[in-house]
Design a protein around this ligand. Structure first.
Ligand code: SF4
Length: 336
């Protein structure tokens, strides 16, 4: 049995993307200026494999843009360059991200031939008005149709969503999450919309016609969505953009709810809401033992141990333990 799962990320920005998504300056988001050569892909994979245990489950992920939108010869060259790792068994799968309107039966046959296992679509929203205002250039129908074809052909399906796009509301974000579940996604990524330099959104923001979500609102909105995905068994691969250089030093960030620990803050908020029922003003008991599912102890303790501090207002001692019998946000409390 393989131990841990590893994804070796290869960023393939689309250098001449014909689309006009208002939020996108893709090269800045991906943190890479140009598409890597085949040799660079191979050396990157080799480099990563040196650090991955032999029994790790490994996949190579072509991210950063619209993989099936680049010329077919280039797709082929990238996929061919990693076939030897698949055939030798060192790497078990290939995943890639692309747009819903660049999925056809022919392209799926082609990807299958090259052992692609997972396809992630930038769905962003399942509301037509939001997609239109975001300049996506496709509608909800394309997301539904591409999802159906991907599932039917036996690939694992990922549907990425954004919150806080122009025209988006809490209800629409929630609806999008429910639709992602209904369409049978195996995994998702949730990105709060950021205003990045040299994008149309930057213009809208500077003109005053677009306001990004404040950090607190973005956390609340994602905190409503996450339990739905967890209950439905949709794996959440990422919450919040990867902190590329331009975001970390804020040279490419104009405005918006960017925090390196955004995902951690969301999980902390969910547990805070759960624990708020256990806190009574002016009552202080001796001990509370909180049992959570495996992997949930730290999120339950909270970002900067905030939830523990909140419980310490009502209990002299707070103990967190994990149990393999619990899953998701299930928990037990014992109080003395
Ligand atoms: S987000 Fe939109 S504009 Fe940016 S690379 Fe993808 S399809 Fe092109």
């Amino acid at each position: 049995m393989k131990s841990r799962h590893y994804t070796i990320p290869v960023f393939v920005p689309e250098e001449a993307c014909p689309n006009q998504c208002v939020f996108c300056n893709q090269r800045r988001i991906a943190g890479a200026e140009c598409a890597p050569s085949v040799e660079e892909v191979i050396s990157k994979v080799d480099e990563h494999l040196l650090t991955i245990p032999a029994d790790g489950e490994v996949e190579i992920g072509f991210f950063g843009g619209n993989f099936t939108g680049i010329p077919i010869k280039e797709q082929q060259a990238y996929l061919e360059s990693v076939q030897s790792y698949i055939l030798s068994g060192r790497v078990q799968g290939i995943r890639l991200s692309t747009r819903p309107d660049y999925i056809t039966k022919e392209i799926l046959d082609f990807l299958e031939k090259y052992h692609v296992t997972s396809i992630e679509l930038g769905a962003q929203s399942l509301d037509d008005e939001v997609l239109k205002l975001a300049g996506r250039g496709h509608s909800v129908t394309e997301v539904q149709e591409a999802s159906r074809m991907i599932k039917q052909q036996g690939f694992s399906l990922g549907l990425q969503m954004m919150i806080g796009l122009p025209g988006d509301t809490a209800e629409k974000s929630l609806f999008t999450a429910k639709e992602i579940i209904r369409l049978g996604a195996d995994c998702t990524r949730i990105y709060p919309t950021l205003v990045i330099k040299n994008t149309e959104l930057e213009q809208l923001y500077l003109e005053g016609t677009y306001q990004p979500l404040p950090l607190e609102d973005a956390i609340q909105r994602v905190a409503e969505i996450v339990p739905l995905f967890i209950d439905a068994g949709v794996k959440i691969l990422r919450i919040g953009l990867h902190p590329s250089e331009g975001l970390l030093d804020r040279t490419s960030l104009v405005a918006g709810p960017f925090e390196v620990a955004f995902g951690e803050m969301v999980f902390s908020e969910i547990w805070k809401q759960i624990f708020s029922f256990l806190v009574y003003p002016n009552v202080r008991r001796n001990l509370i033992t909180v049992t959570t599912a495996n992997g949930m102890r730290n999120p339950a303790i909270g970002y900067k141990a905030m939830n523990k501090a909140m419980l310490l207002e009502s209990f002299r001692k707070v103990v967190f333990i994990e149990s393999p019998d619990l899953k998701g946000f299930e928990y037990h409390v014992d109080t003395v």
